[in-house]
Design a protein around this ligand. Sequence first.
Ligand code: PLP
Length: 395
Amino acid sequence: FRAPYRGGRHFLQIPGPSNVPDRILRAMDYPTIDHRGPQFQVLARKILADLGELFGTAQPVMVYPASGTGAWEAALVNTMAPGDQVLMYETGQFAALWQNLARKLGLVTETLPSDWRHGVDASAIERRLREDREHRIKAVCIVHNETSTGVLSDVPAVRAAMDRAGHPALLMVDTVSSLGAVEYRHDDWGVDVTISGSQKGMMLPAGLSFNAISAKALAAAERGGMPRSYWNWQDIIQANQKGSWPYTPATNLLYGLSEACDMLREAGLAQVQARHARHGAATRAAVAAWGLENNCANAAEFSPVLTTVRMPEGHDADAFRAIVLDRFDMSLGQGLGKLSGKVFRIGHLGDFNDLSLMGTLAGVEMGLALAGVPHRAGGVQAAMDVLREHAARRH
Ligand code: PLP
C-alpha cells in the first residue's frame, strides 16, 4: 500500500495512532533475531525494566502482541470469575466498549453514567461501593484519558474514594491514550491493573499492549480468574524470568518499544508531559479564539493528549474533516459513538512539537473557513501567543 505522493508529510492528527518517529521506524528495521537466543534475552530484560519505569511500578508488566482491546480482556480474564460484578464508569465511547467486552465475557456489568463531558466522579463510586456491603463488586474500571471526549480523570481520587468506602474491589485503569503523555504512577496510586497500548503516547505502531499489575491482582489471578491461556499472567511471568515469552514475541515491535523508552528517557518523561500540557493549552486557546466549544466541560479535566471540539449546531464535523483531509492532507479524529458527526478531535500527542501544532491549527482554521463553519479568525494567533510565552520562559 502507498498513498499517492502529495509533497511533505501527511499530518496524522488523530488521537492515536500517533506519528511514528523515524528513529523508531529505523529501530524496527533491524533484522529479526532468534527469540529464544541470548541476544533476545538482553532485549527482553531491558524492555521489562524500561516498562517498570514508565508505569511507575516494581511489579511485573505484561507485554502482549495485541491492540489495547486485548489488554482490556487480559485484565478481566486473569482476575474475574464468570458472573462476577464489575463497576464501570461511562466517561465515553472507550469506557462503553470496555463494558461491552466485559459483558461478552460473562461478567455482570454495572455502569455509572456521565454526559461524556466530564471525568469520573469519585464520590459516585464511593457511594455505590458503600451500598455494596456484601462486596459483590469485584472490580472498579475507569478510563484515565477518555480518547473519545478529551477528558482526563483523577485516578488518585478514585483510589481514595475506594479506600474511604473500605471496599476490596480491584481498581483497573485504562491508560491506552495517556501512558507516556500524562503523569501516571501505578504503584503510588494503588492501581491493581493498568491497561495500556503502544500506538499513542508511546509513539509506536499499534500492535503491543500492556497490563501492569499489583500483588493483589496477581493473587486474584492465582486464586481464580476465567478459563484462559494466551492471556495468562502466570505463564508470561515465568517466561519473562528467563528473558522470553511463552509464544513468538513481536520482536521488531519490541525493538521499537526499546527505542521509544530510550527516547522518552532522553527527553525526560516530565518534560515530555509538560510538552503535552503546553500543546493542550495552546490548542484550547485556539478553540476559544475561534469561538467554538471544547467538549470537555470541566477545566480541571482538560486532556493534554487531545482536544475534542464541538461543532456548531447544523454543521457536520465529518464534512469539515473531509475538506481538511482533501485540501491540506491532514487527518483529524472523528466523533465516536453518540458524538459521531458532532465533534472533531485534534490529537496533540506523541512525537509532536510546537511547529507541528501550528501547522495542525492552521489547517483547522483554514478548514473551518472553507467548510463555512461559523467561527472567528485568530485561533492560530492565540495558540502562537501561548507557545511564545512558554518558549520565553524556557530561556
Ligand atoms: N482505550 C482507549 C482509551 C483507547 O483510546 C483505545 C483506542 O483508541 C482503546 C482502549 C482500544 O484500543 P485498541 O483500539 O488498540 O484495541
